[in-house]
Design a protein around this ligand. Structure first.
Ligand SMILES: [Zn+2]
Length: 213
């Protein structure tokens, strides 16, 4: 403090290094600009209410004004499949299923990132559920079974939207959608059997990739 103004002379135990740390420091300095500290007792106030006291109505009024971001894709839920099946598909579309490439980025595993099913490519969400030989066999089998045109898919989203491009009546399209959701579930279950139980796959049990496993 110098003449009631905040002075930015720092005594760092470690100077900020990364770009994000420097940006946080810049934001902090911006917030402190113009702040004048006065003597007296500190108080806590609620800014959303004119009198400084908390009220639920003031919070409610503020929330009404917030414009929540609209996601650019909305998954269609299907009540003919268990909730956990729909949730897995939703997470896969968001790239939130713990495939090896994602676990590696989070520093949870080390070693090979090869797809447990084919061993020919890094296991990413798109690879495992869409382009892997195992997934391709499943989707082609569904093509024949459900008598739909050859499936061209490049992402999990393409798989989830397939039912929209069939010429099925509404009820049958919902049935086909359920088949796709359950297939995603079964692929993931088979994959976990390969990784953790050594069932099938190209290289037997591979749970040893997991740190601490
Ligand atoms: Zn594969």
């Amino acid at each position: 403090m110098v003449d009631d103004q905040i002075c930015s002379t720092w005594e760092w135990s470690r100077a900020p290094r990364s770009g994000s740390e420097l940006e946080e420091l810049r934001q902090l300095l911006l917030l402190c600009q113009g702040v004048v500290l006065e003597g007296g007792t500190d108080t806590v106030g609620w800014e959303l209410d004119g009198v400084g006291g908390f009220s639920v109505s003031s919070l409610k009024d503020r929330l009404k004004d917030v414009r929540f971001a609209v996601p650019n894709y909305t998954i269609t839920w299907n009540n003919w499949v268990p909730g956990k099946v729909g949730i897995l598909a939703w997470r896969a579309e968001l790239n939130r299923v713990p495939v090896l490439s994602i676990l590696y980025k989070r520093n949870i595993i080390d070693g090979s990132l090869d797809c447990p099913a084919c061993g020919e490519s890094e296991e990413t969400t798109e690879h495992f559920f869409v382009s892997c030989g195992l997934a391709q066999e499943v989707w082609q089998a569904i093509t024949l079974w459900c008598k739909v045109p050859y499936i061209f898919a490049f992402s999990v989203r393409d798989i989830l939207d397939l039912y929209k491009f069939t010429k099925f009546p509404r009820r049958k399209a919902k049935y086909f959608h359920a088949v796709c959701l359950v297939s995603i579930w079964c692929l993931w279950k088979a994959r976990n059997d390969m990784v953790f139980n050594g069932l099938g796959g190209h290289g037997g049990k591979s749970g040893g990739r997991y740190k601490g496993a």
